[in-house]
Design a protein around this ligand. Structure first.
Ligand code: AMP
Ligand code: MN
Ligand code: MN
Ligand code: MN
Length: 305
């Protein structure tokens, strides 16, 4: 037996040496750089306090918080992988694609995300006009007070404004009454193309993952088209266990991940201590039948030790 195999050389322990499924990975959440209410540093601390062992911050259409998240994670001894959540229009429906493990300084990815963010200001002003016609004046200025990043005004910021100004009891009520298709504050918007989002992430060295597929309410045919096209463009994974899925959804998308030979991801989609139902690090594990996406991210993880 060579000397190092008897323990003369310390080998770094891999946290999932027993089973990668047992790792408490949370690879989906939002900071004030998009529509979350906490700073990247506060999220890092909360993730660690909740027992997260591998964390990714995935702001909408933004990677401006990545260096802060990386630095905060390194400071407190938490393993980190880069993340974002790209807004895509597929079959006239908004679909979200999570990117994981890319180079946070990649210019093509940064440019694609900047273009995707581009129309948000005009959209927000139109939303405000729609709300004014429904008797809610100055919603644009109201929403702006909640925005942490001037390039990223989202429906969530309008929702917070309408709650705090007493129009609705909670953000879910605002969405239901004002911000979804057919309601006065809804403005249709064309986001990135599926092919482009997958390519921006992939060419930056990352893995593209379909976020919370149950949320899109696609028919079987539409969903088949989404998954097949995503794979054809180089997409690699799907979120199976997420704060946006029921346990029945997780069972269903376990089968879909196996059918399409996709890696499986897990993430709370945490936005805020007062609004989110699922906190960081509190989700059940992935089925042992799946291959966790973090098994394919090994070389891209920033190790804290
Ligand atoms: P936007 O990118 O501006 O269209 O805003 C989308 C964001 O709104 C999502 O990322 C969620 O954070 C939030 N959202 C969407 N639907 C709902 C809902 N029904 N209730 C609460 N928040 C929602
Ligand atoms: Mn959001
Ligand atoms: Mn999403
Ligand atoms: Mn999200």
């Amino acid at each position: 037996m060579p000397p190092h195999a008897r323990g003369h050389r310390r080998l770094r322990t891999i946290p999932w040496v027993t089973s990668p499924h047992q790792l408490n990975a949370d690879l989906h959440c939002h900071s004030s750089v998009s529509d979350g209410t906490l700073q990247p540093e506060e999220l890092a601390a909360r993730a660690q306090a909740n027992g997260v062992q591998l964390w990714a911050l995935t702001d909408h259409d933004e990677i401006g918080g990545q260096h802060r998240a990386q630095q905060a994670a390194a400071r407190i001894g938490l393993d980190y992988v880069t993340g974002t959540e790209v807004s895509v229009t597929f079959a006239d429906v908004t679909v979200h694609i999570v990117g994981l493990g890319f180079d946070p300084d990649d210019a093509t990815l940064a440019g694609g995300l900047a273009a995707t963010r581009g129309g948000r200001r005009e959209r927000a002003m139109e939303m405000s006009d729609g709300l004014a016609k429904a008797g809610i004046p100055n919603a644009y200025d109201g929403a702006l007070k909640y925005v942490g990043n001037p390039e990223l005004i989202s429906r969530t910021h309008f929702a917070r404004h309408l709650v705090d100004s007493g129009v609705c009891h909670d953000t879910h009520e605002v969405f239901r009454k004002f911000l979804v298709e057919g309601k006065p504050g809804y403005v249709p918007h064309r986001w990135a193309r599926l092919r482009d989002a997958v390519e921006w992430i992939t060419q930056a060295g990352g893995l593209a993952v379909i976020a919370h597929p149950a949320r899109y309410k696609f028919t079987a045919n539409e969903e088949y088209a989404l998954f097949s096209e995503f794979k054809a463009h180089g997409g690699r994974g799907v979120e199976v266990v997420t704060g946006s899925h029921s346990s029945a959804d997780a069972v269903r998308y376990t089968e879909t991940a196996l059918e399409f030979d996709l890696l499986a991801s897990r993430g709370s989609d945490f936005h805020s201590p007062t609004e989110s139902h699922t906190d960081l690090g509190t989700l059940p594990p992935l089925s042992e039948r799946l291959t966790p996406v973090w098994s394919a991210l090994e070389s891209r993880i920033q190790r804290a030790s």
